[in-house]
Design a binder for this molecule. Structure first.
Ligand SMILES: Nc1ncnc2c1ncn2[C@@H]1O[C@H](COP(=O)(O)OP(=O)(O)OP(=O)(O)O)[C@@H](O)[C@H]1O
Ligand SMILES: [Mg+2]
Length: 257
């Protein structure tokens, strides 16, 4: 099976959770699956920016990215968070390779909207490098930064990055592992299955907001681009990766309308 695992949220804040996920993902690779990892790191980036007296601002779950914070975006997402994950995957036994969408022109973006600054909207994915690595048994670990026209660099929401790469790779399964059990309804109950119409309704009603709004939009986009199965689940849950790959219904599964 070809799969893409997106790691985000406070999962990336806990050494124990990162270690457990690295072990689970390595096991998949040992079982012959081809795996690509895409990660976020928004919480760590917000903390770093706060230390520089920059207050993080979000619109529809997307981080407003003025050019002067791009250096911090690269330092944290493509730097610390990416390198730390690579070291942990390495320790768990994978031949992990850290990269960004800029490398080998893998992900190209354009400016989404002037009021979001350097937030990129993915225009094109060239999966060749990721395929080459995954086929040869390496584990690509991709930070959510993309290239663009000329030598432009964009900050891409990690869920959009994951969805675009999953579509470009034509994966069988896209897993969004985050720090909640899945998509929650207005009473806090877990929604086991959701289609694009229902997802849009949750966003309109303000029930799915912030990071979950971005994730739902990215998830429905992935289904449209031909990804077979998309699930949003809690990365802290026991043996979650293997259970999802085995088809166990856990978290929230996106289903066609
Ligand atoms: N209806 C909802 N159901 C579940 N979570 C929701 C909902 N609405 C908002 N959220 C928030 O969305 C968050 C998940 O998105 P968030 O962007 O924080 O994590 P992530 O995408 O996994 O991490 P990163 O952005 O670093 O890649 C949850 O922690 C929760 O606070
Ligand atoms: Mg997010």
């Amino acid at each position: 099976m070809k799969l893409l695992v997106k790691l985000g949220g406070t999962l990336l804040e806990s050494t124990k959770t990162r270690g457990a996920l690295a072990t689970q993902i390595c096991r998949l690779r040992d079982d012959g699956h081809q795996v690509v990892v895409v990660h976020g790191g928004g919480k760590r980036l917000s903390r770093y920016l706060a230390g520089l007296d920059h207050k993080s601002e979000f619109r529809n779950g997307l981080r407003v990215t003025p050019p002067e914070i791009m250096d911090a975006v690269l330092r944290i997402l493509a730097g610390s968070v990416n390198r730390q994950l690579v070291a942990e995957f390495q320790d768990a036994g994978a031949k992990a390779v850290g990269l960004t969408g800029i490398d080998s022109g893998t992900v190209k973006a354009t400016q989404m909207s002037p009021d979001l600054g350097l937030v990129g909207s993915v225009e094109d994915v060239d999966p060749a490098l990721l395929e080459l690595l995954a086929e040869r048994g390496y584990l690509p670990v991709v930070a959510c930064v993309a290239g663009g026209e000329g030598s432009a660099i964009f900050n891409v929401n990690a869920d959009q990055m994951a969805s675009a790469c999953a579509g470009g790779l034509g994966v069988d399964l896209l897993l969004f592992l985050t720090d909640v059990g899945g998509v929650l309804d207005s009473r806090g109950g877990l929604i086991p299955r959701i289609n694009a119409t229902q997802a849009n309704r949750l966003i309109e009603d303000g029930v799915a907001k912030g990071g979950m709004e971005a994730k739902l939009r990215a998830s429905t986009g992935a289904l449209r681009s031909g990804v077979q199965r998309v699930v949003i689940a809690d990365g802290r849950a026991d043996a979650i990766v293997g259970r999802l790959v085995a088809g166990e219904p856990t978290g929230t599964e996106l289903v066609p309308t």
